[in-house]
Design a protein around this ligand. Structure first.
Ligand SMILES: [Zn+2]
Length: 246
């Protein structure tokens, strides 16, 4: 589903647009010219609908050479191995997330907690996957004429990163689970979730002042994305965490 000139939505579950498997996060395809990258891998319960979305976008599978992960939770990283194998993409993640992905470390990535109540198949597992390179603060990845910049945004969980997409005519933010539209965040009772960390990351993202906001769940904001982050900043300014996504 085309969102902008450079961003396609190729996966989204019941917390979003119900485009693909219900457990999926929002999966984005960022493209320019003959280069394209995927941001987040979805849950991996069934990658066929994602592949169909790619084909419907008209962007050739052969132009997709990389996949970036925001974090290692199952709805974002569970499909990484399957997409790696199906598309031949190189996988990129923060050093911490890279470690979880390489090891298929279900405990550190909270698969054991998150997959319990959520309707995941009984044989669901975190399939270990090679990671080509690790993403650190300030690193830049080019996609055609576009530049994607890495911002470390822990808080929702450890090792979480967001991606700032700089295009000739504006700035978009692919924020994973660090910030959602209407200024919401997602705090869960998981070992590496931090209220203070989440608020600090939102504060960092406010300085990006993005035009488009493309989060890991829910709806997107094509323009004036910064207004959503500023609304979260009102809570933070009152020493309160912003409202929850759920
Ligand atoms: Zn998450």
């Amino acid at each position: 589903m085309k969102l902008t000139e450079h961003i396609e939505l190729i996966g989204s579950g019941q917390m979003g647009f119900n485009l693909t498997h219900p457990l999926e996060c929002n999966v984005y395809l960022v493209h320019d010219g003959d280069d394209a990258i995927i941001v987040d891998a979805g849950a991996g319960c069934d990658i066929e609908p994602i592949l169909r979305q790619i084909d419907q976008s008209g962007i050739p599978r052969t132009s997709i050479r990389r996949l970036l992960l925001t974090h290692a939770h199952p709805d974002h990283a569970g499909g990484v191995r399957a997409l790696h194998d199906a598309l031949g993409v190189d996988v990129y993640a923060s050093p911490l997330v890279a470690r979880y992905v390489r090891d298929g470390d279900e405990r550190s990535a909270s698969f054991d907690r998150l997959c319990g109540p959520g309707g995941y198949p009984e044989d669901y597992a975190f399939a270990a996957c090679p990671v080509a390179d690790e993403l650190r603060e300030g690193e830049r990845i080019t996609v055609g004429r576009l530049a994607i910049e890495v911002i470390e945004t822990p808080g929702h969980c450890g090792g979480h990163v967001s991606f700032v997409l700089r295009r000739p005519d504006g700035v978009d933010l692919l924020s994973g689970d660090a910030i959602f539209t209407r200024g919401r965040i997602l705090l869960q009772n998981l070992w590496d979730c931090s209220v203070a960390g989440s608020c600090e990351s939102v504060t960092r993202l406010a300085s990006v002042r993005p035009d488009g906001l493309f989060p890991g769940h829910g709806t997107v904001s094509i323009e004036r994305g910064w207004t959503h982050i500023y609304s979260a900043m009102e809570s933070i300014g009152s020493m309160l965490p912003p409202p929850q996504l759920a």
